[in-house]
Design a protein around this ligand. Structure first.
Ligand SMILES: *Cc1c(COP(=O)(O)O)cnc(C)c1O
Length: 401
């Protein structure tokens, strides 16, 4: 990948007709080091947030040794570049062939589940093909359903067993493994550390009721990044509250604490240069959109930061909405996005914070989707890790603005 100082230089040099993804390895390294050094336990990278092989290698070099994978394709992808990484298959619904390949071919021992059917599936898939004997080295995690009420994107309805089922499932699972964990996900972009308090309270109730030995607590992802209308409390607050509530759980004295951040590790990694193809009032027709890296901008009205890259724009900022390049009405991003009032067709601007669930979402729908990738060395448009984001610790912040 070519290296440039910043987005403006890229726009000048390439005058690109297609979107260009700008990657900032230094930002991903900084986020990973922050988590590895400050989180009071083990840090797994949730690969689905951005499976780019370059990023996975950057995180590995920054000290992230464990990876949360959700599909057999993600297992193969990470294993191909990181032969020594520990892979944990944390999707609670897997096919037997995926489990078998992960266990026998890629050395995956850790699997999550939220039902008896999945437990039986895992146990059967990992039996010795000759003797039919059960695997002795499985590490199983029971996924609890927890509330997503403090998060911007819910993960509460699809996966996780209820408090009524959890004790029985924990007891049954314990009979098939020497190492038993409990995991959950509070929803993505959790805007207050209290989200984790509530989930850990629920975990405590499930463990107490089940009366089984628990070897690991995995608090999942949900750690926030920073966006124009979403400025979270410091991540240290999250870590401190999690550590405090973890210590108070009725679990094995040597139990491990894990987390699985996706967004917080990679949001700052990528941004994108787009070109204005046409202007209609305060709507800009641009060359990426709902089927590209701006999936969340279109589908959940996520507001990403934007910055014009032309020197001759003089007007004050105005609010704009965007249309993407496909022929589909749904390819629309309401924003609002603030850009100079005199921006016009042919102009370039940068959209920031697309490293998580952005660059990874690009499809080829309607023939659009190609994007060159380059490296830039400047700061991301927003950052939780460069010291500019200093706020008083607080534990009850939802959408400041
Ligand atoms: C998506 C996901 C994550 C990562 O979530 P973020 O909100 O991006 O931190 C972690 N664990 C599981 C099981 C997930 O599905």
């Amino acid at each position: 990948m070519h290296i440039y100082p910043d987005a403006k230089t890229v726009a000048r040099a390439l005058k690109p007709d297609e979107p260009v993804i700008l990657n900032r390895p230094q930002a991903a390294t900084r986020a990973a080091r922050f988590f590895v050094e400050k989180f009071p336990g083990k840090v797994l990278y949730a690969v689905k947030a951005n499976p780019a092989p370059d990023l996975i290698e950057i995180l590995w070099n920054a000290g992230v040794t464990h990876y949360d994978v959700a599909s057999i394709a993600e297992v193969r992808l990470v294993r191909a570049s990181l032969p020594e990484a520990t892979l944990c298959f944390m999707h609670p619904i897997k096919t037997p062939s995926a489990i078998r390949e992960a266990y026998f071919k890629h050395g995956v021992k850790t699997f999550s589940l939220d039902s008896i059917e999945e437990l039986e599936k895992i146990v059967d898939a990992c039996r010795d093909p000759e003797t039919g004997e059960e695997a002795g080295d499985l590490r199983l995690c029971v996924r609890l359903r927890v509330s997503s009420e403090y998060s911007e994107l819910s993960l509460a309805s699809k996966f996780g067993c209820d408090l009524t089922e959890a004790p029985g499932l924990l007891q049954q699972t314990r009979q098939h493994c020497d190492w038993l964990g409990v995991c959950f996900h509070v929803g993505s972009q959790a805007m207050t550390p209290f989200a984790f308090v509530q989930a850990l309270d629920r975990t405590r109730a499930a463990i107490a009721e089940a009366s089984v030995v628990i070897d690991m607590i995995d608090v999942g992802g949900g750690f926030p990044s920073i966006y124009p209308d979403m400025e979270p409390p410091p991540l240290e607050d999250y870590f401190a509250i999690i550590a405090q509530h973890f210590e108070a759980l009725p679990i094995a004295y040597n139990a491990e604490l894990w987390c699985e951040p996706g967004r917080a590790l990679c949001a700052e990694y990528s941004s994108m240069i787009v070109k204005v193809e046409k202007r209609r009032g305060n709507e800009l027709y641009i060359n990426d959109g709902a089927y590209g890296a701006l999936y969340d901008a279109a589908h959940v009205a996520w507001r990403f930061p934007v910055n014009a890259l032309e020197d001759d724009l003089r007007d004050p900022l105005e609010d704009f909405a965007f249309y993407g390049p496909t022929c589909d009405d749904a390819d629309y991003m309401a924003g609002p996005f603030a850009l100079p009032g005199d921006i016009q067709a042919g102009d370039y601007f940068e959209i920031g914070m697309l490293g998580a669930y952005g660059a990874a979402m690009k499809t080829g729908f309607n023939g659009f989707g190609d994007a060159e990738q380059v490296i830039v060395t400047d700061e991301p448009m927003l950052s939780l890790f460069n010291g500019t984001h200093v706020r008083e610790p607080t534990d009850n912040v939802v959408n400041l603005r």
